[in-house]
Design a binder for this molecule. Structure first.
Ligand SMILES: *Cc1c(COP(=O)(O)O)cnc(C)c1O
Length: 659
C-alpha cells in the first residue's frame, strides 16, 4: 500500500483533504475576481452597491439560495462513487488537481472549439493529446510531421465515432482521386505504390492502400496539380476531388457509382461496447456491416479474426477497420493486440489493408503502469513487482503492441479519475487530420500547410473534430493532472497498481467465500481478470436451472443496487451486474461454467424455446475495483463477507431454494 503517495490525491472518502480543496478553490476564486477587476478597473461598476440592497436583488438571491438548497438536498441521493465501498461501475473519486483545475477554469469559461475562444486551453488540449500519445507509445514530438495527434471528446462513445469517421475519410479518398481524374481528364501519372496512373488501379486496390500510401498519394497528386496546371485549372480539379468524396456524395451515391464495390465492414470482438453499433448507424455504414468476431474467454480470438478477414478478402469486401478492446466494459478483459498487429502485417503483405483502432476507453490508463519515465516499456518482471498474477505475458505483449496500432479511444473520465465529460481520440499520424479538415479542399495549399507548426495548424481545433463548442475546463483538468501525476510508472502507474492489487486480493478471497457457502451455494469467477475488473457468478446448491439462478442472482444483487428510495447511508456496498449471453461463449466455455455452478447447460440456451425453462443469458455480479484505497485493509474481505450474508439471507427467504 502506497499510503504516502495516495494520501493527497483525492478529496477522500471521509473528505479528509477538505482543507486543501477549500483553500485552493477559494484562493483561485479570489484570483479570478481580481483578474476581472484589473480589466479596466477605472470603468464604473455596472452593479451598483446600492442596488445590492434593493428588494428585487435580495429577492433574487433568496430564490437562488432556496433552489440551490433544494439541489444540494437532492444530490444527497447521488451514488457515493468516491468510497471504497463502491465497487460498481467505472467511476470513483476525482483527482484533486483535475477537480480544482476544472472548477477554476470554468470561471473563465473557455470554449475549446478554437484558439480565438480559448487561447490557453486549446494549447493544453493539444498537449493532453501528446501526453496520452506518449503514454501509448506513439511519436509525440511536436516537430515530427508524421507524429501523433490527440484531442478530448465528450467521452469514449464520440471518440469511437471519430475513429470510424477518420478511417472512412482516409480509406475512401483514393477512390475520389480516381473519379476526379476521370471526370476532369487530368491523369495523375506515376502515383501509388506501383507508380502508375491513378486510373490504372482498381477500386479494390485503391481502397487497400496502406495509410502511409494514401497520405503519400494525396500529397503527390496535389503537388502534380500545383505544378502541372494554372491556379484556376488546379482549383477546378481540387473542386472535382472534393465533389467525388464520400463526404460530398453520401454513401448511397458513392456506391451507386461503383456497382462492383461492396459496402465496407468493421470488425469488433463480441465484447465490444454498444457505441460501435451506434457508430455504424450514425455514419451510414449500417449496423449489418459491423461484424462481431468470436472471443476466447472474452478475449478476441485471433484465429476467428483471421478467418473473417480471409472471407472478406476472398469475396472482395473492403475492411474499413478492425477494433481491439483494451478493457471490455463488461468483463475488463484485454484483447491480444500483438496478435491483431501480426494479423494486420500478414494481410498487408497480401494487399489487404485496414485501420486498427483500439477501444481503450477503460484500459488506456493501464499502460501507465508499463511506461518508464524515459518513455521506454518496462519489462514484465518490473511491472509484476507487488502483484500475484499481473501482468500475464499476453497482457504485457498487448501493451507493447499499442505503439503499432493506428488510433485509440481513451477516457480520462474513467481510469483517469477526472470529471465527466472527458474522453479522448488519439491517432498515430497527424496527417490524417487533413482528410477530415473542414477547410474546403480548394483553398487548401499543402505546401503552406506543412510549413505550419503543430500548434499553429491545430489552433482551429473545431475544424478537425466531430464536436463543436466544448469545455476548455476539461482540457485544463486533464493537462494539470497529467503534469502533477505523470502518465508513467512514477505517477499514474502507481494508482493503477493499487487497483490491480485490490482485484487480486478480491480474487484470492473468493476461495474463502466458496468455503463459507459450501453446501449452500456455488461461487465461480466466470472469466479470470486481466486487470481491475472481476465478475462473480453464484448459484444455490441443488438448482440446475439457469432461469432460476438468474432470479436468485437478481435478488442478491438488489442488496448491492442503487436504490433512490432509500438513503445511501443504509447501503453497505454497491456493485453492478452484467448478463453473459450464451451466444458469445463457445460450447466448451459454457459447459465449463455450468459445471462449476452446477447448472444444466441445456437451460442456458442460444435461442430459448420457453423463457420459463431456458435463459439466453446468465446474470452475474460485476465489480470495478478502481478506488485505489480498496487495496488497503480488508475491504475486499468485508465485501465478500457481506455478499455471503446476502446470499444466505436470500436462500432463507426464498422457498424456491429450500432443498
Ligand atoms: C465506457 C466505454 C465506452 C464509452 O465511453 P463513454 O465515455 O461512456 O462514452 C466505449 N468503449 C468501452 C470499452 C468503454 O468501456
Amino acid at each position: 500500500m502506497d499510503r504516502e503517495f495516495l494520501s493527497p490525491l483525492f478529496l477522500g472518502a471521509y473528505g479528509e483533504n477538505d482543507e486543501v480543496l477549500e483553500k485552493l478553490v477559494v484562493e483561485f476564486l479570489r484570483d479570478h475576481v481580481y483578474w476581472r477587476r484589473n480589466f479596466h478597473p477605472d470603468d464604473i461598476p455596472r452593479v451598483s452597491t446600492a442596488s445590492q440592497y434593493s428588494p428585487q436583488y435580495l429577492d433574487f438571491v433568496a430564490r437562488m439560495k432556496q433552489e440551490l438548497h433544494g439541489l444540494s438536498a437532492k444530490l444527497k441521493r447521488s451514488v457515493p462513487f468516491f468510497h471504497p465501498r463502491y465497487l460498481g461501475h467505472m467511476a470513483s473519486d476525482l483527482l484533486l488537481p483535475g477537480l480544482i483545475a476544472q472548477l477554476v477554469t470554468t470561471l473563465y469559461n473557455p470554449n475549446n472549439i478554437s484558439y480565438e475562444a480559448a487561447p490557453v486551453t486549446v494549447d493544453m488540449e493539444l498537449s493532453v493529446g501528446l501526453q496520452l500519445a506518449r503514454m501509448l507509445g506513439f511519436s509525440a514530438e511536436e516537430t515530427d510531421p508524421e507524429g501523433a495527434f490527440g484531442h478530448l471528446t465528450s467521452g469514449g462513445t464520440v471518440a469511437n465515432y471519430e475513429s470510424l469517421w477518420v478511417a472512412r475519410s482516409l480509406r475512401f479518398y483514393p477512390l475520389a482521386l480516381k473519379a476526379a481524374s476521370e471526370r476532369t481528364g487530368f491523369a495523375f501519372e506515376g502515383v501509388g505504390p506501383e507508380g502508375k496512373a491513378i486510373a490504372e488501379y482498381s477500386d479494390w486496390e485503391l481502397f487497400n492502400l496502406s495509410a502511409d500510401e494514401i497520405v503519400a498519394l494525396r500529397q503527390n497528386c496535389l503537388a502534380q496539380l500545383k505544378n502541372g496546371l494554372t491556379a484556376e485549372g488546379a482549383d477546378a480539379v481540387r473542386i472535382a476531388i472534393a465533389g467525388e468524396r464520400v463526404e460530398a456524395l453520401g454513401l448511397a451515391e458513392f456506391f451507386h457509382k461503383r456497382p462492383g464495390l461492396h459496402s465496407p465492414v468493421v470488425m469488433v470482438p463480441v465484447t465490444a461496447h454498444y457505441s460501435w453499433e451506434k457508430a455504424m448507424k450514425l455514419l451510414g455504414l449500417g449496423s449489418h456491416q459491423l461484424i462481431a468476431i468470436p472471443c476466447k474467454d472474452m478475449r478476441l480470438d485471433p484465429d476467428a479474426l483471421d478467418a473473417q478477414i480471409r472471407h472478406c478478402a476472398h469475396h472482395g469486401i473492403p475492411i474499413l477497420a478492425v477494433v481491439g478492446v483494451l478493457g471490455s466494459t463488461e468483463f475488463g478483459t484485454l484483447d491480444p493486440l500483438h496478435q491483431i498487429i501480426a494479423i494486420r502485417e500478414r494481410w498487408a503483405a497480401e494487399g489487404v489493408h485496414f485501420q486498427v483502432h483500439v477501444d481503450a476507453a477503460w484500459g488506456g490508463y493501464l499502460v501507465s503502469a508499463f511506461r518508464e519515465p524515459d518513455g521506454s516499456l518496462a519489462p514484465r518482471q518490473a511491472v509484476a513487482e507487488g502483484h500475484r498474477y499481473f501482468p500475464s505475458e499476453r497482457v504485457h505483449a498487448t501493451m507493447a503492441a499499442l505503439a503499432q496500432v493506428d488510433s485509440v479511444t481513451i477516457d480520462p473520465h474513467k481510469l483517469g479519475y477526472l470529471p465527466y465529460g472527458a474522453g479522448a481520440y488519439v491517432c498515430r499520424d497527424r496527417r490524417w487530420m487533413d482528410f477530415v479538415s473542414q477547410t474546403a479542399a480548394y483553398v487548401f495549399d499543402p505546401t503552406r500547410y506543412s510549413a505550419k507548426s503543430f500548434r499553429d495548424k491545430f489552433k482551429g481545433l473545431g475544424q478537425f473534430i466531430l464536436e463543436g463548442s466544448k469545455a476548455g475546463a476539461a482540457a485544463a483538468a486533464a493537462y494539470v493532472t497529467h503534469r502533477v501525476i505523470p502518465l508513467d510508472r512514477s505517477g499514474f502507474g502507481r494508482i493503477v497498481d493499487e487497483t490491480v492489487v485490490a482485484t487480486e486480493r478480491l480474487h484470492d478471497a473468493v476461495a474463502g467465500l466458496q468455503k463459507r457457502l459450501a453446501g449452500k451455494a456455488r461461487v465461480a469467477i466466470p472469466f479470470e481478470p486481466d486487470c481491475n475488473l472481476i465478475c462473480l457468478a453464484i448459484n444455490p446448491v441443488g438448482n440446475f436451472s439457469a432461469v432460476r439462478a438468474n432470479r436468485f442472482m437478481r435478488a442478491v444483487f438488489e442488496h448491492l443496487a442503487v436504490d433512490t428510495n432509500r438513503p445511501v447511508q443504509s447501503k453497505e456496498f454497491f456493485g453492478s451486474y452484467t448478463s453473459v449471453p450464451r451466444a458469445i461463449l463457445s460450447d466448451a466455455e459454457a459447459t465449463r461454467l455450468c459445471t462449476e455452478l452446477g447448472l444444466a447447460s441445456e437451460t442456458w440456451a442460444l435461442s430459448p424455446r420457453d423463457p420459463l425453462v431456458q435463459a439466453d443469458a446468465l446474470f452475474i455480479l460485476r465489480h470495478t475495483l478502481m478506488n485505489p484505497w480498496l487495496a488497503e485493509g480488508d475491504v475486499a474481505e468485508a465485501y465478500l463477507d457481506y455478499l455471503a450474508k446476502c446470499v444466505l439471507a436470500e436462500l432463507e427467504d426464498s422457498e424456491e431454494f429450500q432443498y
